[in-house]
Each structure stands twice: as structure tokens, then as C-alpha cells.
Write a protein that binds this ligand. Structure first.
Ligand SMILES: NC(=O)c1ccc[n+]([C@@H]2O[C@H](COP(=O)([O-])OP(=O)(O)OC[C@H]3O[C@@H](n4cnc5c(N)ncnc54)[C@H](OP(=O)(O)O)[C@@H]3O)[C@@H](O)[C@H]2O)c1
Length: 247
């Protein structure tokens, strides 16, 4: 039985991915800060199939919690990082910017380095490891109303690319998937109205498909693939003069 750890499984996309993997028969370890939501997901499956732990990625003890969860599953084949926060912050409240950087930057590095080092120690030619992260299409360019969010998502894109190269340099059998969704109707978008909104469940199905096929980068969905293609072509001087607002 394959074993997946999903950090950020209490709500939204991570919760749906956890549910789909468990339905496929994976043994799943779920984590996040809200215990009751972890327990309710656990309760949907037979005893022992889903393990959980309360963990805050901004806390230095998170790697210890992760290792305990891995031990309870009897190992890890897939590390899936869905934890993240995001806000529109046109007033540039520094506390919001720093909280976002701590969660999506520092917390992300804390957890992903731990997963990388686990696979470095345990993966083999017959038994490879897989690290997947939900970043965002927001990393494509700096977004004026969400500076820390767009910058930390770009950071995640670059970090995963760096780890992919590092794993190859060190001949480590680790696969990487960077998932970049457009707008998804989850708690994260509670602060405004957004266009081209997708539901979390079909997005999760697309993600699981990408994981099975070990896609390196997956932009979800096709409309956003098109949008990102053209978005990238906008020259910097024009982008920096655009007014980008939502809903
Ligand atoms: N919704 C979108 O439009 C969209 C688009 C592109 C990318 N994404 C990315 O998708 C990922 C999942 O977001 P979502 O849309 O599913 O939103 P969500 O429902 O708010 O889920 C966010 C998850 O992150 C966890 N989390 C937040 N801070 C944490 C912390 N300090 N420690 C541990 N876990 C933490 C939350 O759990 P607790 O609060 O229980 O800790 C929750 O499970 C995020 O990285 C987000 O940036 C979302």
C-alpha cells in the first residue's frame, strides 16, 4: 500500500486530494493546525487508513511532528505540500506580508527540506520518492495587490526547480511536481470575488492525475494554461503600468 503525507489537509484542495488518495486505497497521513477537521476526515475512512497530526509549518517542531507521522504510516512515498495562506494586501500591512512569508516561504522550506532529506535517506532505485507542492499561477508575475503571496509562490516555483536539479546532481530517485492552479473556491479566497473560479474537487482530481503521471509542472485548468502563456509574454514595462484588480 502506497503512503502519502498531506500537509494542509484540513480544508480546501489538500483535503480533497487526501480524500481522493484514501479512496484509491493509499495510506494517508494528514496534518494542519485544526485538530477537529483532521479528525472528521479521518472518521470518513476505516481505522488505521488515515493518520493525523496537528502541526504548524511556522513552528520549529513541525519536522519532528512530520517524522512522527511518517513513522506511524510505516514510511512515506509521496510528500504533498498544500499548506499556504494568501491575502489581498493593497494597504501593504506589514504583518500580513510577514505572516505570508513565514507560512509560504519559511514554513514551506522547513517542511520540504525535511521531506527531501527523508527521501535522500530512504529512497532507492526500486522505491522512489515524490515531492509535490501546490504553488500557484500567481508566481508568474509580481501582483500589486498581493505582493507577498505572488512573491512567495514564485519562490516555491524556483525552490522546487532547484531541488529537482539537486536531486539529479546527487543521483537521488526523487520526483517533483509543482502544481499551479488558477482561482479555486476555497477559504483562501474568502476576501473577494474572483473570475474563472474552479471547484476544489475537480481540481483535486486533476492533481491526482498529475501525481500518477509524475508531471513536473501542472497548471490547472486549460483556461489558465492559455492565460499564463499570454501573461508571460507581457513585457515588464507594460505589466508594471497595468491596474490588476479582482472582482
Ligand atoms: N484557492 C485558490 O484559488 C488557490 C490558487 C492557487 C494556489 N492555491 C494554493 O493552494 C494551497 C491550498 O490552499 P486552499 O485554496 O486549499 O486554501 P485553504 O482551504 O485555506 O487551505 C489552506 C490549508 O493550509 C493550511 N495551513 C495554513 N497555514 C498553516 C500553517 N501555519 N501550518 C500548517 N498548515 C497551515 C490550512 O490548515 P490549518 O488552517 O488547519 O492549519 C489549510 O489546510 C495554498 O498553498 C494556496 O496558496 C490556492
Amino acid at each position: 500500500m502506497k503512503r502519502a503525507i498531506i500537509i494542509g489537509a484540513t480544508s480546501g484542495i489538500g483535503r480533497e486530494v487526501a480524500r481522493l488518495l484514501a479512496k484509491e486505497g493509499w495510506k494517508v497521513g494528514i496534518a494542519g493546525r485544526r485538530k477537529e477537521l483532521l479528525q472528521s476526515l479521518q472518521g470518513e475512512f476505516p481505522d488505521g487508513q488515515v493518520e493525523s497530526t496537528v502541526l504548524d509549518v511556522t513552528s520549529p517542531d513541525a519536522p519532528t511532528r512530520l517524522q512522527e507521522l511518517i513513522d506511524r504510516l510505516g514510511g512515506m512515498d509521496l510528500y504533498f505540500h498544500s499548506s499556504g495562506i494568501g491575502f489581498q494586501n493593497a494597504t501593504l500591512d506589514p504583518e500580513i506580508e510577514m505572516r505570508t512569508a513565514r507560512t509560504n516561504g519559511e514554513g514551506f522550506v522547513r517542511m520540504v527540506t525535511c521531506a527531501f532529506n527523508y527521501f535522500k535517506a530512504h529512497a532507492s532505485r526500486e522505491h522512489s520518492g515524490h515531492i509535490a507542492v501546490i504553488s500557484s499561477i500567481a508566481g508568474t508575475k509580481g501582483i500589486g495587490v498581493a505582493p507577498a503571496y505572488s512573491a512567495t509562490k514564485r519562490f516555491q516555483n524556483t525552490y522546487i526547480q532547484a531541488l529537482t536539479q539537486l536531486a539529479r546532481m546527487q543521483h537521488l530517485p526523487i520526483h517533483f511536481t509543482d502544481i499551479r492552479p488558477g482561482f479555486v473556491a476555497t477559504d483562501l479566497l474568502r476576501d473577494a470575488r474572483y473570475p474563472l473560479l474552479m471547484k476544489a474537487e475537480p481540481v483535486a482530481r486533476d492533481i491526482v492525475h498529475a501525481l500518477h503521471h509524475r508531471r513536473r509542472i501542472r497548471i490547472i485548468d486549460w483556461r489558465y494554461r492559455l492565460l499564463v502563456f499570454f501573461w508571460r509574454l507581457i513585457p515588464r514595462p507594460i505589466w508594471e503600468r497595468l491596474k490588476v484588480t479582482n472582482g
